[in-house]
Structures are given as C-alpha cells and as structure tokens.
Ligand binder design. Structure first.
Ligand code: GUN
Ligand code: FE
Length: 446
C-alpha cells in the first residue's frame, strides 16, 4: 500500500472539493481509502489497519494532488501540425493540412515517431486517459495501441473509417475493406487483453466521409460487441449543409447517425456546436456523451459551444484538445480556453449564468470526461474503488510560470488552496505537473 498525504483537490459533480490535508491509500492501482481530513500518513494507515506502507508526502507548501486529465478527443497523427492551420476552416483545413499528413502515417516508422511523441507529450501534460483517432491504416493504428500500453497511458484507440468523399490517396478502398480493417484493429486491441488500460473505439470519421452502408455496419458491429463509438458532429456550417445534401432522408445531422445505429450509450460526439433542441433531445435520450473542443473551435473559427445549455441538460460532456484542429496537447490549456469561450457566449447573451467557473472547467477536464466516456465508475476523481490516476501539481518547480507570494501560504488556511488552483489554471503549464501516476504506477517523473 502507498499512502499519499497532503493537499488534494477532488472533482465532484460540477465542482471541486478543496482538501488541504487529506490522505489516499492505494493498493494494486486502486484507491482503498480516502480520508478527506487526515493528521498524517501514519495516522491514516493506522485507522485503516494498514501495517506495511510507503508514503508519498505532498505536504510541501505549494504542491497538491489532482486527478489525471481526460482528453476525450485527440487525433494522434495530426500532432506534427500543431499550430499549423493558417486561416482555414474545417473543410479546406482537412484537404490542405490534415489528409496529406495523416496519409504519411502509412509508413510505420513515421507512425512510431509521431505516436511515441504525442503519447509522451500528453502524459507529461497530465493526460492519463485519451480517446484517440489514429488513421485509416491498420498496422499504424495497432502501433498506437502498443505505444499507449508501453508508456502507461490509458486509451481508447480508433481506426479512422472513411470510404467516400476524401482524396483517392487517403481512403478505405471499399466497404468490405473498411469492415475487414475495423475488425482487425478491434480484435488486435482485444487480444492485448488489457481492457482496463486500452479499449478499441469504432471511429467513423464523420458522416460526409462515410457511406450509409459502412455506418450501418459499424453501428451494428459496435452494438453487438458492446464497443465505444466516436465521431464528429455539427462542427461547422458548411459541414452541416453537406450532410443534409448527402443524407436528405434523415431529419438532421444527429438523426443521420441515429438512423445508422451509431447513437448509443457508449457514443462520444465531438464539437456538437450547432445541435438543435430536437437533436439534443435525441442525443440525451440515446445517452450519448459530448466532447467540447474549445481551442479547435476558436482556431478553425467553427463556432461557440454553449456549455451552460448542455450542463443544464442530462448530457455528459468532457473536454477534448482535438489536436491539431486545436494547437495545444494540454487539457489544462483547453480548460482555460473553454472558460474564456463561455465568457464570450455570456457577453453576447448578456447572461452571467453562461460563464463557466474554474471549478466547472476543471471538473469537465476530469470527471466530466469520465462521465462522457461512461468510465466514471473507474476514473475521473478520487474515490474508494476507483483507479489511482493522478498528477502532482507543484507550483514552485524550477522555472514555474506561476508566482506564489508568502502571504498566499500556507495552503491549509482559508481559501488559499482554492486561490492556488485558480492561479494554476490560468498561468500553469506542464512544468507544474511534476509527477504523473496511472493505475498507481509512476509514468512521468520530472
Ligand atoms: N471532421 C472530420 N475530420 C475531422 C478532424 O480531423 N478534425 C476535426 N476537428 N474535425 C473533423
Ligand atoms: Fe476532431
């Protein structure tokens, strides 16, 4: 057993608990006790009848423990393009920057290089679970799964399926070929036999690039095998018009996925900026989760997601970097930008209630993501029985971008811990993430 003792910040539904002196016991990757108020590591161990234990003492004045981030939407092969998007919007961005780069990952050497670097980078930024899109290529997608496993990041890994309306050089050759490739990747990931660490996820790229035939097959295959599904929805107005044109018999973009069996409890829909009330009713009724990708939505001028409207409904959602529509591999940056986008929404609506708080965006960055992925019984916050996925935040590391003043300490006093967390959200970065654990194992030490 390992006992973690010190300041702990824990997401609860739409809020954070600030616990200046708490203790968590971890055995075989799982949280076995959580004392929200603790005297010392040994006092907590004694209370829980634990005789042999190691201690991780975080009770240094400017450190706290926070759950690992959950990135609910990231394109691993697009990582080399982070920051490269010019003034494009979604559809010309895809053809100008994205398809050429993604097609180059057919080469397993390139895939190895790109994937090992994106997993390393996101882990260093505190992302302990990620829902990845890979490319159409089977062998490279398997490699991404291997790399997540070997570096110790929890992941859902999806082969991108696209069998129409993309360039000839980058597309599934036929519906039959697409089915075979999907099956091969799913069976490979299942053969790794680490369902707690790495899961397959069925990934139709988005309705414009998938035929009705492949979407129906994927819906059926996912439902029969109880698999997660991820795709894009309602990100850009030109995209929405295109879907209407391609699928005139469907009532809406959301209905297009529904008619093909793709809206399930384990479906994660990215962007969802322009969904109508009727579409939101459908998404809610089907119990799907959403991924809010604010940096991408601003960068590609896609639009403003109305987070408050979704929080007011029973639709779970988390945050996605959407690398490289989003330029940052960091969920901390994404949370910060999500907060600012909500302020822009509030300026337009002249309704203060539309503003997201620091606590809300950090909840979305962790537990909200776990809820959207239907993994909240295992990850997303510290609770007895959950896996220990955590990051140590240290605000006084060498070169820390956050300045702390003497009067802001000790964190055990008043709302000082809360203020430090707020400073971390706005000015912190990966230099402040000094250690990362997944399933109780240290996967990053700086
Ligand atoms: N829609 C279809 N493909 C993509 C993609 O790669 N990124 C984003 N942001 N939207 C998409
Ligand atoms: Fe995306």
């Amino acid at each position: 057993t390992t006992v973690f003792f010190g300041a702990i910040v824990n997401p609860a539904r739409r809020a954070l608990e600030y616990l200046p002196q708490a203790a968590i016991g971890v055995r075989e990757g799982e949280i076995v006790f959580f004392d929200r108020h603790a005297e010392s590591a040994s006092a907590s161990a004694a209370t829980h009848n634990i005789k042999n234990f190691d201690t991780v003492d975080l009770s240094k004045t400017t450190s706290f423990l926070f759950p690992g981030f959950i990135d609910t939407h990231i394109h691993a092969p697009q990582y080399p393009n982070s920051g490269i998007f010019g003034k494009t919007t979604l559809l010309d961005w895809l053809t100008t920057y994205t398809f050429p780069l993604e097609s180059s990952l057919k080469d397993p050497k390139i895939a190895q290089d790109v994937y090992s670097r994106v997993v390393k980078k996101t882990l260093a930024n505190g992302t302990t679970t990620a829902a990845y899109y890979a490319t159409v290529h089977v062998e490279s997608t398997k490699k991404l799964a291997d790399i997540c496993l070997s570096q110790g990041q929890r992941a859902l890994v999806g082969r991108v399926c696209m069998d129409q309306n993309t360039p000839d050089y980058y597309r599934d050759a036929s519906v039959e070929e697409a089915k075979k490739s999907d099956r091969e990747v799913v069976e490979y990931i299942q053969s790794l036999n680490k369902p707690d660490r790495i899961l397959p996820i069925i990934t139709p790229r988005f309705a414009p690039s998938c035929t009705g035939e492949i979407m129906s097959w994927q819906g059926d295959y996912a439902q029969k095998n109880n698999l997660h599904i991820q795709t894009h929805i309602s990100e850009n107005k030109g995209e929405i018009a295109w879907v209407k044109e391609l699928y005139p018999a469907c009532k809406s973009y959301a209905d297009t996925y529904h008619q093909h069996g793709l809206l399930t409890e384990k479906t994660l829909l990215a962007h969802a900026i322009y969904l109508t009330d009727e579409e939101l009713n459908l998404v809610e009724q089907q119990k799907c989760g959403l991924s809010h990708c604010p940096i991408s939505n601003s960068s590609l001028t896609s639009g403003e997601f109305h987070a408050r409207k979704i929080l007011d409904r029973n639709i779970p959602f988390g945050l996605g970097t959407d690398v490289s529509g989003g330029y940052a591999p960091s969920i901390l940056s994404t949370a910060r930008h999500g907060l600012l986008v909500s302020r822009h929404v509030a300026m337009k609506s002249e309704n203060d209630a539309d503003k997201l708080s620091v606590d809300e965006v950090l909840y979305l960055a962790t537990l909200g993501g776990a809820e959207a992925l239907k993994l909240d019984s295992k990850i997303g916050s510290f609770e007895v029985g959950k896996k220990f996925d955590a990051q140590q935040i240290d605000l006084e590391t060498n070169g820390s971008p956050v300045d702390i003043f003497d009067w802001e300490l000790p964190i055990s006093e008043g709302n000082k811990l809360e203020n430090l967390v707020h400073k971390w959200l706005f000015n912190g970065d990966d230099r402040n993430t000094s250690t990362v654990w997944v399933n109780g194992d240290k996967v990053v030490t700086k």
